[in-house]
Design a protein around this ligand. Structure first.
Ligand code: PLP
Length: 430
């Protein structure tokens, strides 16, 4: 494959954009080489500026669950845009959106729309603090909740990829209010809670982690967190920015059977437009201004075009539950095929998969937290990534990410990915 136009654009971008990209992981730093500049996409394919076609398994880091440029969503956006690109005033569509979300995610009784997952998590923690009158939060090492200061402590995703989980610019004051525990380690959480009596406002967690690669929690862990929160008046926040509307219409919480107090949403909820949301128990959400004293606002929040895209996406998912059956099959068939390829070569790696999320970790040990994820052979991952890219399969350019599958993947495309995987493994092992 030729990447000359991407290479020259990346060189040009570096002069005016920090690192040449608008979000760090896009820069390919973890895998080496030049990022591919994309031009268009349709269904399961993306096309770069050099004319290369890829089957892609990132799907804009989650939102494109129905594949790219779904006609219903594109049409909804075009139609809404002719009415107005922004009002900054209430609209009927925002109510429809809130009603649909509260219907699909039963633990969400009231919801506030924002513009990104980062805004959703920052705001959810603020309201949890306002509601409890406490300052500290607990998060889990390797979980990523956006780039709010409180979360850039032992963070996953791009932060771990660049080895700067504790970002400069986050003050000591903020950092000391964020306590961290290993994922899947209930005893560590109980110790933190005991050591900080009546000081913990919230525990925030990805109920299925995607930002240290895909990790599914043990059911005792999540039910244990619920119990600890109930016993100590702590607000349990599930960050379902990745998993919301992806693992089920009601998110990971309905799959895993544990109900949080607050939920943060993003990605799919905007159908590809910049949207986030946070919601949960009425009693807590009524602390949000103007109903209550906790301030949170946004010029573009509930933007009419973004609401049209999101509402069309969620309505489709609500009316087509077969999407989730298909995605389960796609996830299973693909990862079974990948495992067979590994077995054929006598390689022992770890694949974690749930529904349409999966990660192939280049380690033969089980991966259940940040430390075990970090045992992966990152050089081998980088070689595999490029071997797949050159075969027309575009994976997330970091070991510490989940892949996201879409309904646009046909059985024939799954076979093509498995074939590429087999060839790629043979190449990198040679
Ligand atoms: N929370 C989780 C679980 C995420 O995966 C992400 C982004 O990947 C965020 C929050 C932040 O969302 P955004 O990038 O829309 O700000």
């Amino acid at each position: 494959m030729q990447y000359t136009t991407s290479q020259s654009l990346f060189e040009r971008a570096g002069h005016t954009i920090p690192g040449g990209v608008n979000s760090p992981v896009r820069a390919f730093k973890a895998v080496g080489g030049t990022p591919v500049f994309l031009k268009s996409a349709e269904g399961p394919y993306v096309y770069d500026v050099d004319g290369n076609q890829y089957i892609e398994l990132i799907n804009s880091w989650g939102p494109m669950i129905l594949g790219h440029a779904h006609p219903l969503i594109v049409e909804a956006v075009q139609h809404a845009a002719t009415d107005s690109l922004s009002f900054g005033a209430p609209t009927r569509r925002e109510i429809e959106m809130a009603e649909l979300i509260t219907q699909m995610v039963p633990s969400v009784e009231k919801v506030r729309m924002v513009n990104s997952g980062t805004e959703a998590t920052m705001s959810a923690v603020r309201v949890a603090r306002g509601y409890t009158g406490r300052d500290k939060i607990i998060k889990f090492a390797g979980c990523y909740h956006g780039h709010g200061d409180s979360f850039l402590i032992a963070a996953g995703s791009g932060a771990v990829t660049f080895g700067t989980p504790d970002s400069p610019g986050v003050t000591k004051g903020v950092a000391q209010d964020t306590l961290t525990a290993p994922y899947n380690d209930l005893a560590a959480v109980e110790e933190l809670v005991a050591a900080n009596p009546d000081q913990i406002a919230a525990i925030i967690i990805e109920p299925v982690a995607g930002n240290m690669g895909c990790i599914v929690p043990s059911s005792e862990f999540l039910t244990g967190l619920r119990r600890v929160c109930d016993a100590h008046g702590i607000v349990l926040i599930f960050d379902e920015v990745m998993t919301g509307f992806r693992l089920a219409p009601g998110g990971a919480q309905t799959v895993l059977g544990v109900t949080p107090d607050l939920t943060t949403l993003g990605k799919i909820i905007g159908g590809g437009m910049p949207v986030g949301a946070y919601g949960g128990k009425k009693e807590i959400m009524d602390f949000v201004a103007p109903a209550g004293p906790v301030y949170q606002a946004g010029t573009l929040s509930g933007n009419p075009v973004a609401m049209a895209a999101g509402l069309t996406m969620l309505t489709y998912l609500h009316e087509h539950p077969e999407v989730y059956t298909r995605l389960e099959t796609v996830g299973k068939t693909l990862t079974d095929g990948l495992r067979q390829g590994l077995d054929k070569l006598g390689l022992r790696y770890t694949i974690n998969q749930i529904g349409s999320m999966y990660t192939l970790f280049f380690t033969d040990q089980p991966v259940y937290d940040f430390e075990t994820a970090r045992q992966s052979d990152l050089m081998a991952f980088g070689r595999y990534f490029h071997a797949m890219l050159s075969r027309g399969v575009y994976l997330a350019p970091s070991q510490f990410e989940s892949l996201f599958l879409s309904t646009a993947l046909t059985d024939e495309l799954i076979d093509r990915i498995i074939e590429a995987h087999q060839d790629a493994l043979e190449e990198i092992m040679a």
